[in-house]
Design a protein around this ligand. Structure first.
Ligand code: NAD
Length: 464
């Protein structure tokens, strides 16, 4: 019997209990174990690249180069970065000990939280299961992964392959949809990392509250992209088109809409058209580099957003192949359907905004986005944008690339989420920073013990 078949035949609670027992036994604590698991994860991604790429192609029509770049190699890079920093991150950090606690030594010692539940969405179904796993393992936790049921081929590849490479007691994959999630959320967790939409995030957070399980919520929202007239529009058009149409627009940090003045918009639209053609040819439905919509529900939702919209580029679609062309909607109106919620598809509305003041005011009037973009050469405009716009991440003169910089944190703020599972910040988020004070028994000054005389009080005030 194969490992995955054996695993599926055991109940969810048995498998979760197995991970918990392994954690209690201390199986995931040694730094050597963590390093070994990360190495095994990297080995799996290299050896099984074609298997994962096929699964991603089956789920999302994801082109193999894109699957490699944004999923497989993304996780390898995160894992290598974690391994490189593991000794430093896991070490106890000495901190200053004030006079009143001397002689003594104070330090901060990161300790694992327990078993981490990872609930993932369908749009980057491999990356969003494995990148949080890298951090959970680095921090010495066991992990239970619940991939998205809407990307079943990737979920099944993970369930089949992970136990072949990683410790199957400590890292468990549970396939299934809402029922499986609900069952998992009934359990207490060391931490829950949820990536998905705000509606389900509220369900996750209230379930977590019952056990006081800490949560990290990686959500989405409408990420604005401001283009000022002084920007290099050619480069802006290329980068915006890349960001918006990668994974057929189903990326949480994709530029969701453009804010620019009417004159710049007239210059930008033909450049966007040209860039789309350069990337995907005259008929993107025949491009090997262009993905598909995840399912008919999302396809129909996106078509609904296009109803009555002025599509100046693209606009065509084919339901049987879940294809929607890279589409630019211009000009878009603030009350239009595509301007209400996160688009999460290959539609790019361009909204008129006469200047930076209006653009910033517009962004600030909305829920805080996961990312916000500005294209401008003007340093003062850049500084203002950086200072005045609150978002998970800000990127000037590019889009999305910050995600691949390991030293930058990643996470939302307000409606776009809370917490972070990436890099060093993520390591501390999935650890408990335990305070340790180690005191010498001698001398044992009588100063703090009653009775507190006025002379003692004078000294106490002086020593504070
Ligand atoms: P979703 O919220 O519908 O589902 C995410 C996960 O929750 C899935 O595993 C699903 O099985 C589970 N789930 C669904 N309903 C549930 C319920 N009632 N109870 C318990 N669990 C339930 O999200 P999605 O449609 O898969 O993903 C799209 C959203 O994810 C977008 O809003 C996007 O912006 C966001 N996203 C965010 C990031 C990020 O890093 N911040 C990355 C990718 C996607």
């Amino acid at each position: 019997m194969q490992a995955s078949q054996m695993n599926n035949s055991r109940s969810i609670s048995e498998r979760v209990a197995g991970a918990r027992t392994a954690f209690r036994r201390g199986a995931s604590r040694p730094v050597a174990w963590r390093r070994g698991q990360l190495e095994a994860l990297e080995r799996m991604l290299v050896a099984e690249e074609s298997e994962f790429c096929e699964a991603l192609s089956s789920d999302l029509g994801k082109p193999a180069p894109e699957a490699w770049l944004t999923e497989v190699s993304f996780v390898i890079q995160a894992s290598q970065f974690a391994r490189k920093n593991l000794d430093r991150w896991t070490r106890s950090r000495p901190v200053n000990t004030p006079v009143f606690a001397m002689p003594g030594r104070s330090r901060v010692r990161p300790e694992p939280l327990g078993t981490v539940l990872i609930i993932a969405p369908w749009n980057y179904p491999l990356q969003l299961c494995l990148a949080p796993l890298v951090t959970a393992i680095s921090a010495g936790n066991c992990a239970v992964i619940k991939p998205s049921e809407l990307a079943p081929a990737t979920a099944s590849a993970l369930a089949r392959l992970l136990p072949r490479y990683l410790d199957p007691e400590c890292v468990v994959v549970i396939e299934g949809g809402v029922d499986a999630s609900t069952q998992l959320l009934d359990e207490p967790w060391g931490h829950i990392v949820f990536t998905g939409g705000a509606r389900v995030a509220k369900i996750v957070m209230s379930a977590a509250a019952r056990h006081l399980s800490p949560v990290t919520l990686e959500l989405g929202g409408k990420s604005p992209c401001v283009v000022l007239p002084d920007a290099n529009l050619e480069v802006a058009a290329r980068r915006i088109a890349w960001g918006r149409f990668t994974n057929a627009g189903q990326t949480c940090i994709a530029p969701d809409y453009v804010l620019t003045d009417a004159h710049t918009r007239d210059r930008l639209v033909p450049l966007l058209r040209n860039e789309i053609e350069q990337m995907f040819g005259e008929d993107p439905s025949r491009s090997p580099d262009y993905g598909r919509i995840i399912n008919e529900t999302h396809f129909d939702r996106l078509l609904g957003l296009m109803e009555g919209a002025q599509c100046v580029v693209g606009g065509d679609s084919r339901r049987e192949s879940l294809y929607i062309a890279p589409t630019v909607i211009s000009p878009a109106a603030a009350d239009q359907a595509c301007m209400q919620d996160e688009i999460f598809g290959p539609l790019l509305p361009i909204l008129d905004s006469p200047d930076l003041d209006t653009a910033i005011a517009h962004i600030r009037s909305k829920p805080k986005p996961l990312s916000a973009y500005l294209f401008s050469k003007d340093r003062k405009a850049q500084a203002r944008f950086e200072d005045e716009v609150s978002a998970g991440s800000i990127c000037l003169n590019d889009v999305m690339l910050f995600m691949a910089i390991e030293d930058l944190p990643f996470g939302g703020v307000g409606n776009s989420g809370m917490g972070n599972y990436k890099g060093e910040g993520g390591f501390h988020n999935l650890s408990h920073d335990k305070a340790v004070l180690s005191r010498s028994l001698w001398p044992d000054w009588a100063l703090r013990y009653a009775p507190i005389s006025s002379a003692k009080m004078k000294w106490l005030r002086r020593l504070r």
